[in-house]
Design a protein around this ligand. Structure first.
Ligand code: PGA
Length: 249
C-alpha cells in the first residue's frame, strides 16, 4: 500500500434479490464517505439498474461480474460492455476463476473482453490464480505468468486496468496464502506487468482475493504490493464489507 486509498471490490456473485441488493447497496453507500477506501459493488446483471439508482451521487462505483467479448449481435443470453456502460457501470470483473472453471473461459477470451471493455471506458478487473495442485507443486509463478500473457491486452494505452490475484484454493474456503506468500506473488506480478507494458506496468493496481474477511483484511492491505482486495462472501453483509474497508485506514 502506498498511502493511496485501497480499492475494495465486492463480488456478490449469484446471490440476493432486488430488495436485498438495494438494501445492501444503500447501507454501504451511506457509510462510504467515512471510510478511507474506494469501493466498488458488483451485483448480478439484473440488479445493476436498481443498485445504480441507489449509488447515484455516492462515491461507490458500480461494476459487473462479466461481459461478452462482442459489441452486439446474435449472442442469446449475453450482455455487452456497451450495455454495462449504458446502465452506469464503470468496471467489470473478467476471467474470475469460476468463469474459467465452470464456463470454460480461456485467457484469450478474457483478453478479447478486456480490450472491448476498455473501448467502452469500463475498467477491467482481470482475475488470475493458480489451483491448489499448481500451488502445491510450486508452479504458481509459471501459471500466473502464462495467465497474464494471455488475458491482458497486448497493447495498453494507460487506461485504468486492475489485476486481482485470487488463488483458486482460497476462494470461499476460509484458507488463504500467508501474507509473505501474497507479497511475494504480488511482487512477481508487478515484475511481469513491467515486462509486458514497460515501466507503466507497475502502475496497474493489484488486488488480493480469496477468503478475505474483516478479521484478516488488514494483514493483506498492509502489504507493500497490495492495493486492495476483491471480496466474495464477506461482501454480502454490509457490516463485514465496511469493516474490511475500514481495516485499511
Ligand atoms: P471469497 O470469494 O471472498 O468468498 O473467498 C472471492 C472471490 O471469488 O472473488
Amino acid at each position: 500500500m502506498t498511502g493511496q486509498p485501497p480499492l475494495i471490490v465486492g463480488n456478490w456473485k449469484m446471490n440476493g434479490t432486488v430488495e436485498s441488493a438495494v438494501s445492501l447497496a444503500r447501507k454501504i453507500s451511506i457509510e462510504a464517505l467515512d471510510v478511507f477506501a474506494d469501493l466498488v459493488l458488483c451485483p448480478p446483471y439484473l440488479f445493476l439498474p436498481f443498485v445504480e439508482t441507489v449509488l447515484k451521487g455516492s462515491p461507490v462505483r458500480l461494476g459487473a461480474q462479466n461481459c461478452h467479448g462482442q459489441e452486439k449481435g446474435a449472442f442469446t443470453g449475453e450482455v455487452s460492455p456497451m450495455m454495462l456502460k449504458d446502465v452506469g457501470c464503470s468496471c467489470v470483473i473478467l476471467g474470475h476463476s469460476e468463469r474459467r472453471q465452470f464456463f470454460h473461459e480461456t485467457g484469450r477470451g478474457v483478453q478479447k473482453k478486456a480490450v472491448l471493455a476498455l473501448k467502452y471506458a469500463l475498467t477491467p478487473i482481470i482475475c488470475l490464480g493458480e489451483s491448489f495442485e499448481d500451488y502445491d507443486q510450486g508452479r504458481t509463478r509459471n501459471v500466473l505468468k502464462q495467465q497474464i500473457e494471455t488475458s491482458f491486452p497486448e497493447v495498453w494505452e494507460g487506461e485504468e486496468i486492475i489485476l486481482a490475484y485470487e488463488p483458486i484454493w482460497a476462494i470461499g474456503t476460509g484458507k488463504t496464502p500467508t501474507p509473505e506468500e501474497v507479497q511475494d506473488v504480488h511482487h512477481f506480478l508487478k515484475g511481469s506487468l513491467r515486462e509486458l507494458y514497460g515501466e507503466k506496468g507497475e502502475d496497474v493496481p493489484l488486488l488480493y482475493g480469496g477468503s478475505v474477511k474483516a478479521e484478516n483484511a488488514s494483514t493483506f492491505l498492509n502489504l507493500e504490493d497490495v492495493d486492495g482486495v476483491l471480496v466474495g462472501g464477506a461482501s454480502l453483509d454490509a457490516k463485514s464489507f465496511l469493516d474490511i474497508a475500514r481495516s485499511a485506514s
